[in-house]
Write a protein that binds this ligand. Structure first.
Ligand code: TTP
Ligand code: MG
Length: 369
């Protein structure tokens, strides 16, 4: 149980026994996905970048080898190159990162249905109070590595906020458990900027108030923080005590759906590829109808014999769940992108950008009858 300071007045909520929160963040995510595509990059100082490789490009993420030179996300490429001679630059492939993100999410769902996707490479799971969270965290970390080849770090605590901060501290490739009741002492020595939402401007203000560590923050009366920062003041106060009562935001709707087939024998046969797209489009349309969804974006995946993988997508002017429309988009993408002299090992078809479908009047009437 967390003991708040004497002025805190919601004991009934605080004393209610809550479960364990497992916060997962993939390590150097975009870089790790690129390394899976190009294993020769492993162990090198490299960055995944957005924008022009020569001109005004920016670092999306840096491998941990590049971080040793001070290279980090958001840094202009020119600066990164000057800090780290020999830095390898790789252009970003967003559709591929989305795909890996979806695979990680699907894998995590096999551990617990209570899951919140926090960002493209972060998720938080909730376990019941009597589970063994450390064992679970280690099992999750191994599964992500073994099944998908990706390194990750996991923080475990009695709430989301402390679990996230623990995860941050354990990077890379670590697991950090904060035992129940030790949240405040765990946070106390850390710099205030470890609290999410305490950005550079807030840090400056806090520093002028003499607040450097989270313990310093905990000593400032709540009223003073509210006076200075409004509603966020209350959040800062609770955060400094290791309190976060926010529940998981559970997802009610899938982000994407996809189907894929791996051929027994690699193929260059366009007719066969088209046939597979048709059959996958039927299944996808069925899945969409069951969930009452329509899709705005259709994508295909092609994996050639050498395992190089290509993802291409197109966005429709009006969303659909029509199998023929989905198939036509897939075939269009296939024709535009297939390299005819290369044999295909796997083909996939998927939809994303899913929204709830408004039923037609006729369907509503049929449902009522
Ligand atoms: P992060 O989880 O913040 O960073 P990371 O996974 O690369 O490294 P680590 O978690 O080990 O510290 O972000 C996830 C991905 O989001 C990251 O791989 C690239 C992308 N990203 C950007 O494109 N720009 C940014 O400024 C940041 C912070 C991330
Ligand atoms: Mg990450």
């Amino acid at each position: 149980m967390i003991i708040a300071n004497a002025s805190y007045e919601e004991p009934s909520v605080i004393s209610k026994e809550r479960g364990w929160f497992i916060f997962i963040d993939l390590d150097a995510f975009y870089a790790s996905v690129e390394i899976l595509q190009h294993p020769e990059l492993k162990g090198t100082p490299m960055v995944v970048c957005m924008g022009s490789l020569q001109g005004r490009g920016v670092v999306s993420t840096a491998s941990y080898e590049a971080r040793k030179y001070g290279v980090h996300s958001g840094m202009p490429l020119r600066r990164a190159i000057s800090l780290c001679p020999g830095l390898i630059l790789v252009p970003a492939h967003h559709a591929l990162y989305e795909e890996y993100s979806a695979r990680v999410y699907a894998l995590l769902k096999t551990f617990s249905e209570r899951i919140q996707k926090v960002s493209i490479d972060e998720a938080c799971l909730e376990l019941d109070p009597h589970s063994e969270p450390e064992k679970m965290a280690l099992a999750i970390q191994s599964a992500i590595k073994e099944k998908l080849g990706l390194p990750s770090t996991i923080g475990v605590a009695s709430n989301k906020l402390v679990a996230k901060i623990a995860c941050d501290l354990a990077k890379p490739n670590g697991v950090k458990v904060v035992p129940k009741g030790t949240e405040k002492t765990f946070l106390a020595p850390l710099p205030v900027e470890k609290i999410p939402e305490v950005g550079p401007a807030t840090v400056k203000k806090l520093h002028t108030m003499g607040v450097i560590t989270i313990d310093d923050l905990a000593k400032i009366p709540e009223e003073q923080l509210i006076e200075r920062f409004g509603k966020r003041g209350r959040y800062f106060h609770l955060a400094s005590l290791g309190i976060d009562l926010s529940p998981l935001e559970l997802e009610s709707r899938p982000r994407s759906m996809s189907r894929e087939v791996t051929f027994n024998k690699d193929t260059k046969n366009l007719e066969l590829l088209r046939k597979e797209l048709y059959s996958m489009s039927q299944k996808l349309a069925e899945d969409l109808k069951i969930q009452g969804l329509v899709a705005k974006t259709v994508f295909i995946k092609l994996r050639y014999s050498d395992f190089s993988t290509l993802l291409r997508q197109l966005t429709l002017t009006s969303p659909t769940h029509n199998p023929l429309e989905i198939a036509s988009c897939g075939i269009l993408l296939l024709k535009a992108n297939l390299q005819k002299n290369r044999a295909v090992r796997l083909i996939g078809l998927g939809v994303r950008n899913l929204i709830a479908r408004n039923k037609t009047k006729k369907e509503e009437k049929e449902e009522k009858n």
